[in-house]
Each structure stands twice: as structure tokens, then as C-alpha cells.
Design a protein around this ligand. Sequence first.
Ligand SMILES: *Cc1c(COP(=O)(O)O)cnc(C)c1O
Length: 493
Amino acid sequence: MKFISTRGGLQVDCASKAIAKGLSDDGGLFVPEKFPLVSLDDISQLCSKDYAERACFVIHKFLEEYDYNDLLSACKNSYSKFEDCDAAPLVKLDDKLFIMELFHGPTLAFKDVALTLLPYLLRKGCDYSGVQQDVLILTATSGDTGKAALEGFKDAEGIKIIVFYPSEGVSDMQKLQMCTQEGGNVNVVAIKGNFDDCQTAVKNIFTSQEIREKLLEKNVVLSSANSMNFGRLVPQVSYYFSAYADLVNSNEIKLGDKVNFVVPTGNFGNILAGYYAKQMGLPIDKLVCASNSNNVLTEFFANGTYDTNREFFKTISPSMDILISSNLERLIFELSGRDAELTKTRMQELKEVNKYTISDSEFNQLKKEFFADYTEEEDCLETIDEVFEEYGYLLDTHTSVAFNTAKNFVEYTKNDKAVVILSTASPYKFAHDVLSAIYEKAPKDAFKCADKLFELTATPIPEQILELKNKERRFNKIIDKTETLEEVLNFVK
Ligand SMILES: *Cc1c(COP(=O)(O)O)cnc(C)c1O
């Protein structure tokens, strides 16, 4: 299958090349030339398969040149790192309300679903597309991608990885997880600024011809572990199918019934994967885009203008503290009828005047597929408390944003179909804020908060959190955003 750039400058003849490159040279994102279709019959067959088999089936639709059985072993290997080998178990809260728990992997966030598999996809991708150089993975993170990518790529042969995170923009546990990372090929650096600064710095390095040539002299090519990379996105498409199959299996829905998915959104990768699943034929009614106080997406869905001229808030759901949602570019490319020139112009406008507006007909299309809302900090905390009271279920701060939005969605639209909320992180990654939601005197220390949370809720503390306590801190560097390039060049020396 061919892959094309959303900005029209480049086309590659297979997924491997798109994955090996990460980002197109013109700054655009790679998208499949067309969406492969999955029939209800196919979905019915997925029902009797395990998670790895379902994932392989969906992923291979895009990654046709990958050997099916080899890909299947890779999926089995990746998802064996999750509890019960299931990357996306469903929990039923009531007749219409379900939580898809995506956080049972090595680093306790949904990013693991893709990043446990990406090293394989990338290595094979380089083989298939004839890349001989070493690969440097450049990653900007709002907290969870960084750790999941480090864990996925640590000690991978021929690959180095450097992660940039906003120095004040991640939770204590997230920071500790990254700074204690093991492996001889990893580097972790804090940037003074927010996630957008990190992401922009990384994108600038990617799109500079000069830097690329410099790196090539050292026998290094760049790739990305961010959801800009199609290889990050495609494993995420699978769990929408898996959740649907689980609902059919447990007789909650009949094959062909439509369901809604509610997604706590930052860079628009997770929810875009849902949109792709829908394009492939999964019976999805609405995709619900849940934001925190950085509600630039909510406004876009309300009036058709994407406008980042606004204050940036540091919230208790830091992985969603993003104003420039990279993957929205893939959506507006689809909405425009795949008009690369127009998409390019809009991205140029976004860069120059920080906003762009879509047409009325695009806007109407958008409204058909999506519902969007946002949740303020107070409501986020209150939701954690209420949901624990009502269901005995402990939400993390990001999933709480989604839960509150799900409630508003059902109230406002009277939609009567099943609602699946994507749970993106373990509550223990955000122990302090989650505890403050249900207990007045949350201590400062994150581990004490974790202990107290366990005492109050009996929700088991994941091993990965307990282990962190005694790990050596290996990375402490903080740099200015203007120093990122130098840091990269030093790292590949
Ligand atoms: C990354 C992340 C999100 C946002 O996902 P996007 O794909 O960037 O929209 C939400 N919640 C958590 C816990 C995350 O780590």
C-alpha cells in the first residue's frame, strides 16, 4: 500500500518506508493512500481471537509487505508484556457504560500498546526499505510517550533514542520513570518550556535538510516515536476493533450495532486511530473528543477555527496539556477531500498566524462524526470522587476528563448506544492528584500518596511504581529549547 504526505510533497510505496522515515520531508504526515476495509464478517471472526491475533489482523491491513506470521509473533511478544496478554480489557460499569483499560503495559499508560510493537515495526521497516544506517529516535513527550518509547527501544540494536520532556510539565512519577531509565542507548533531557516547545523543537530538527545531512555523515537517520509516525498510530487502531469484539462476545451488543468511544485527547493520535477504525468499517457512532482546560480542540469542534492564540494551562492531566495537536492535520486532510495543497496552506497559516478555519461543508462533516467537550480541574477531581463512590472504580486524571465528557455527551445528545471510555493511564502515575480528589490531606511525596490511595481504595499498586523507589536517577539535565540541536548532535557523536 502506498503512503502519501498530507502536504503533497512526498509519496512512498509502502508502509515500511513511512514508518522508517517517521515524518515526511515536507513536514507533512504520512497517511495510507486508501483505507483498507474490514467487513462485519471479518469482525465476527475477530471475536474468537485473542488480542495479539486481533491486532495483527488489523495492522497487517496497512502493513501488507510485512510477513503475516512474523508480525503475529511480534504482536504476541509485545502483548505478552501486558497483564493476561490483553492490551485492552473492558470493564463494565453499567448497562451502557464501559471502560477500556489501556494501561496494563510496562509503563502504565496507553502509549505502551503502540510502543511495545514499534521497535519491531521500525526494524523491519528499515530492512524492507533498505535503510542501512543507524536510527536515532527523536521524541517529544508530555510524559507518557517518553517512558514508553524508552522502555520499548532500550538496548535495541542499531537504534538510539533521545527524549525531550517539559521540565515542569509532567507528574513526579512520570519524571522519575524517565530519569531512572536503564539502557546504554538512551538519553533523557528536560526542556525549559511546555510540550509544544518540545514538539516544535523536534519537528524543526526533522525538517532541516542541513541537520539531516550532518547526521547522515555520521551514518545516522532520524525517526520518530511520536504519533506523527504512522507506526505509532496503527497499533492503536486495533483496540477499537478489540473492544467491539469484546462487546459482541459478552452479548452487550449485536454484531453491526453502533457504539460510541470517548477519548481523552492531547495530540489527537488516540482518537484519530478511532476515526481510522471507523473509516475501515467498524460500526462507530460518535467519537467523543475530551479535552482539559487547554480546550483548543473543543473550540475547533464548536466553530471550525483552530486557534492556538491562547493561554497555556498546566493541569492535573499533563499528558493532555497540548495546544498544537499534530494529528489533527491527518483529520483535516481527510475532511478536505484529501486536498494536500489546502492542508499545506492551513498548516502554514497555523505556523504564521496561529490559526486556520475550515469550510462550512468540512465543518458539517466534522459534526457528524464527532462530539467534543472539555473538563475543568475542579470537575475532573469531583468526577474521580463521584465515580469511586458510585462504582468503586478509581480513575486517573485523564480518564476522569473523559468520564465527565462522556456524561455530558449522553445528557446533551440523548445518545442511547453503548459508550466505551478509553482509560489511558494507571491512577498511580498521578497518585498525588488522584488522592487529592478523594482525600483532603494528600501528602507531597508521590509514594506516600500511592500508599494512601491503596489503603483507601484497595486498588492494587502496580509493581512498576513500587520498583521506582529504589532506582538510580541517571538523567538530570535541563536545557533551553534553543539547545536541543546541540544536545542531539552530541548524543550521536
Ligand atoms: C498521551 C496521553 C493522552 C493523549 O493522547 P493523544 O493520542 O495525544 O491524544 C491522554 N492520556 C494519557 C494518560 C496520555 O498519556
